[in-house]
Design a protein around this ligand. Structure first.
Ligand SMILES: CC(C)(COP(=O)(O)OP(=O)(O)OC[C@H]1O[C@@H](n2cnc3c(N)ncnc32)[C@H](O)[C@@H]1OP(=O)(O)O)[C@@H](O)C(=O)NCCC(=O)NCCS
Length: 214
């Protein structure tokens, strides 16, 4: 699935059966409140799946407050009314002690999609974008922790070719990534440009609607 990111990205522009294309954009400081709103809207079951425990609002706020947008990469998908409906957090950590790689760093990924936007390929696209970003950053191992009962995420992980190790109800999945290629670099650059235009148009439309409603 990951060997030709450019072709996959172009195919993805068609969207999933009758759905609009999913454009994944890198988020920044200005999106912190949107990220918080998205995560606070997750119910307790989803919080368990996303964070490994049913964390309360205060812990979510603390987590979001600590996201370092200059160090980690946060990806997002916005809907037509400029709400953040999907978010993926890619954090880099030292690879010391990890036998799976000879590189200096590994990446860890966590993802969530709002209930209203599920089944439209948002989670898959966020995951694919994270994998492409890792490749282009010369990181060859992408980890993801999820509960083995999380069938949807296990499906996405398997589809991506992740190796899954199960322990006490938790799955530690990792994906070995090929080195960057001109296609992977081009795919990421194109997606970011398209997504940035889409994001700006939606942001301006929302601002205009707000203005005229006053
Ligand atoms: C897991 C999650 C991110 C998926 O997001 P999504 O946007 O609905 O995912 P997609 O639409 O890209 O893909 C869903 C895939 O799972 C499949 N699926 C859905 N329910 C399934 C189930 N019960 N068993 C197996 N596969 C299932 C779909 O058919 C689809 O596969 P396809 O693309 O091959 O048709 C979302 O459900 C979520 O936010 N869950 C709560 C938080 C979480 O679990 N995070 C992951 C841990 S870090």
């Amino acid at each position: 699935m990951l060997d030709n990111p450019l072709r996959r990205w172009i195919q993805g522009l068609r969207g999933k059966k009758g759905q609009p294309p999913v454009l994944v954009k890198e988020l920044g400081e200005r999106d912190r409140r949107r990220v918080l709103r998205h995560l606070l809207a997750l119910d307790s079951d989803d919080r368990l799946l996303r964070f490994g425990s049913m964390i309360p609002d205060e812990q979510i706020a603390a987590y979001v407050g600590k996201i370092d947008f200059s160090r980690d990469i946060v990806f997002g998908v916005v809907n037509n009314v400029f709400q953040l409906v999907g978010m993926g957090h890619l954090a880099f950590a030292s690879a010391e002690g990890r036998k799976s790689t000879t590189k200096e760093q590994v990446a860890e990924f966590g993802v969530s999609v709002s209930k209203s936007a599920r089944g439209q390929g948002v989670g898959t696209r966020l995951f694919q974008r994270a994998a492409t970003h890792c490749r282009n950053s010369d990181v060859d191992t992408l980890y993801m922790q999820c509960l083995t009962s999380n069938q949807t995420m296990m499906h996405i992980a398997r589809k991506a070719g992740m190796r899954i190790k199960r322990e006490y109800g938790e799955a530690d999945a990792h994906l070995e990534l090929p080195p960057p290629s001109p296609g992977s670099v081009m795919a990421e650059a194109l997606e970011e440009q398209f997504a940035a235009i889409d994001y700006t148009v939606k942001a301006n439309t929302r601002a205009a609607v707000k203005f005229f409603k006053r």
